[in-house]
Design a protein around this ligand. Structure first.
Ligand SMILES: [Zn+2]
Ligand SMILES: [Zn+2]
Length: 363
């Protein structure tokens, strides 16, 4: 495997026991490998440290049961994204905006240590193939887009996530509507008596309770991507989570969360509320429903901080920036492509020409 740009942005130095050069985590082999002499070093893949932390305690007392660590963080001068570097680095290329900093200055900060990580499974070549296939698809896209599919625009990066669990109890009330049909008589415009069937709704007051346990609601912890963008490459198979070990980051970038644990929880409550609302609507509905009111109490909320792998390409086309994402575990793709105005105009002209031709031929 040749040294890639990502690896020059490397975070940690794990020296090779054979030749002292840097070991990198290999998605293909799922262990550390030396590029020079091929030495392989295994990583302990236990998952016994992935524990839930109590959220209520954190919210009420500000005290955190989670382990925190001090990290060297680089903040991008252009977009503000924050990356972890545990060793000095001569250059830093931002994954989100491609900004390149020489001799970047780090600052130290305490953050909640990730308890779990899903190591990269999709390697650089695979993600590039996925990217090239995706960019070649879609007739509407501008032709010169393919030039963007260059090697150095894809970054393998571990993104910070919060997962939340909660037990919920909801009471709901509303009106379920049952349809029935009646025959209605009326006089038509010719003065004749007519009849027709009309649908009417009988409203019946209903109420009840709904209990649900939410397990591992995933909320993105970095503001560089929207929750919608994160969700576009879901699901992650969280069964594959292993204990966080710094070795997994060797040769890769990792982003630091800037959404605090309680702010992430608010987003998780929105996700839960939407789910509960829909479930209660299903209970209230007969043929239809109205005036649904739901009151929910949450208990035993817990959270975890984890890192998940993403291949990310931020590319700029005609002054607009676009994200292309590949789930680093499953290879699921999400991206937005610009539309070529030239091609749209061409199609409109062709359609107009065909219509004119049909009119002419019919005369
Ligand atoms: Zn070596
Ligand atoms: Zn940036």
């Amino acid at each position: 495997m040749p040294a890639t740009q990502d690896q020059h942005n490397s975070l940690l130095l794990f020296p090779c026991p054979g030749c002292n050069s840097q070991l990198y985590f290999s998605p293909k082999l799922q262990l550390l490998q030396c590029e020079h002499c091929g030495t392989q070093v295994g990583i302990d893949k236990a998952a016994d440290q992935i524990k839930e932390n109590h959220l209520r305690q954190q919210l009420q007392t500000g005290e955190d049961t989670a382990i925190t660590i001090e990290q060297q963080v680089y903040k991008c001068n252009r977009c503000g994204s924050q990356s972890v570097f545990l060793s000095e680095t001569p250059t830093f290329t931002c994954s989100f905006c491609n900004y390149e900093a020489v001799n970047p200055e780090a600052y130290k900060t305490r953050v909640i240590q990730p308890s779990g990580i899903i190591p990269f499974k999709v390697d650089k070549q695979q993600s590039l193939d996925i990217f090239k296939t995706w960019i070649g698809k879609g007739w509407w896209a501008p032709g010169d887009l393919k030039a963007i599919a260059r090697h150095n625009t894809l970054h393998g990066i571990y993104l910070p996530f919060w997962t939340y669990d909660a037990q919920t109890h909801s009471s709901w009330s509303g009106y379920g509507g049952r349809y029935y049909y009646e025959t209605e008589h009326y006089t038509d415009s010719n003065g004749r008596r007519q009849s027709r069937t009309v649908q009417r709704t009988e409203w019946i007051y209903r109420s009840g309770t709904f209990d649900h346990f939410f397990d591992d609601i995933l909320i993105g912890g970095a503001t560089e991507l929207t929750q919608k963008e994160y969700e576009s490459v879901f699901p992650y198979q969280l069964e594959a989570l292993v204990n966080f070990e710094a070795q997994y980051l060797s040769g890769w970038q990792a982003d630091v969360y800037d959404i605090a644990v309680h702010d992430g929880y608010e987003k998780a409550e929105t996700v839960m509320d939407n789910f509960i609302e829909e479930a209660c609507a299903g209970l209230c509905r007969i043929d239809t429903y109205k005036d649904l009111e739901v009151n929910t109490s949450y208990s035993n909320q817990t959270y975890k901080h984890i890192l998940l792998p993403i291949w990310l390409c931020t590319y700029v086309y005609k002054n607009k920036s676009y994200h292309f994402l590949v789930n680093g575990q499953t290879g699921k793709v999400h991206g937005k492509k610009p539309v070529s105005t030239g091609k749209v105009v061409m199609v409109i002209l062709a359609v107009v020409a065909i219509i004119l031709l049909i009119i002419l031929l019919n005369q």
